[in-house]
Design a protein around this ligand. Sequence first.
Ligand code: NDP
Length: 321
Amino acid sequence: MTSERKRILVTGGTGLVGSAIKHIFESESNKEKLNEEYFFISSSECDLRNREQTETLFKKYQPTHVIHLAALVGGLFRNLSRNLDFFRDNMQINDNVLSVAYQIGVKKVISCLSTCIFPDKTTYPIDETMIHNGAPHDSNFGYSYAKRMIDVLNKGYSAQHGVHYTSIIPTNVFGPHDNFNIEDGHVLPGLIHKCYLAKKNNTPLVIWGSGKPLRQFIYSYDLAKLCLWVVREYDSIEPIILSVGEEDEVSIKEAAEAVVKGMNFQGEIKYDTTRDDGQFKKTASNKKLRSYLPDFKFTSFDQAVKFTCDWFEANYDKARK
Ligand code: NDP
C-alpha cells in the first residue's frame, strides 16, 4: 500500500534550519519511497507578515504539511534593541501561517519555539510543560511572548477545529548557512566569524561577557533529522524539546575553545566583561525526545563546530554575515 503523497511547505526554508532540512532530505537514500515533496520558501517569495501574500503562497503550493520556521530571529543584542519588532512581526507571521494553513486544509503544521522563551525564574531542567509558567527574560520578551502564542494557537486550533498543529523546541542551533553577523547573530556563529577575523588580521579574539553562561547547542543537521522524524512520526499537539542531553551543556568559554580548535586559531583570547551575559543558563530536558528515540546519535559538539568552521571558511564570500 502506498501512503498518500505529502506536500511539505517549509517556511523559512532558506535559513539555518531550513537549509539543513533540505540537505538531510536530499541525502536520504530512501527518499524516492517516502512519497514526499518539499518546497523551501524564502521571504523574497512571500512576506509572511502579509496575509494576502501568505494566501497566494499556500494556494500555489497546496501543502498537506507545513514546517513553519520563518521568524524574525536574532541574538541577545539585536533582541534587546528591538523587542517590539520581534513581537509584532512574529505574531503576524504566526497568525497568518496557521490561519491560512487551516483555511486551505493543511493536515499538520510543525512550528518552531525555542528554549529561550521559557520563564526566566524557573527550576531546571526545563521541560515542555513549563512554557507559560512565568515571565520570560526581559532581554527578549517580544520574541518570547510571540513564540509562546504559537502554543496557544495550536491548542486553540486543536480544541476548536480538531486539527493537528504542533511545535518543536530546539535549543541553540548552529551549522552551515547560519547568520554569522557579529552584532545581530547568535553566540556561536558570532564567535566563528570573530575568530576567522582574528586569525586573518592577527588580532586577539574578544569574547563578549564572562564566558560563564551555559548553553545546549544542537547541530543543524541533527535537528533536521529530528524535524523529519516529527513530520513523519510525532502525533501530539504538545510541544517537544529537540536537544542534546543536560550532560552535554557547555559554557560559552568551552564553546569558544571548540571554535578556536576548529579554526586552528593560535592568537590571544580576551573576555569583554562590560558586555551583557544574558540568561545564565536555560538547561532543557530531552527526556521526552529520548522516550521516543532512545538511540538517536547526536554529532559530537567539537566535530559539529569543526564542520561549521570549515563551511564558513569555504563559503566566506556568500555566507550571511
Ligand atoms: P534564520 O534566520 O536562519 O532564517 C529565518 C528564515 O525566516 C529565513 O528563511 C527568512 O527568509 C525567513 N523569514 C524571516 N522573516 C520572514 C518573513 N517576514 N516572511 C517570510 N519569511 C521570513 O532562522 P533559523 O533557521 O535560525 O531559525 C528557524 C526557526 O527556528 C525560527 O522559528 C527560530 O525562531 C527557531 N529557533 C532558532 C534557533 C537558533 O539557534 N537559530 C534556536 C531555537 C529556535 P529570508 O532569508 O529569505 O529573508
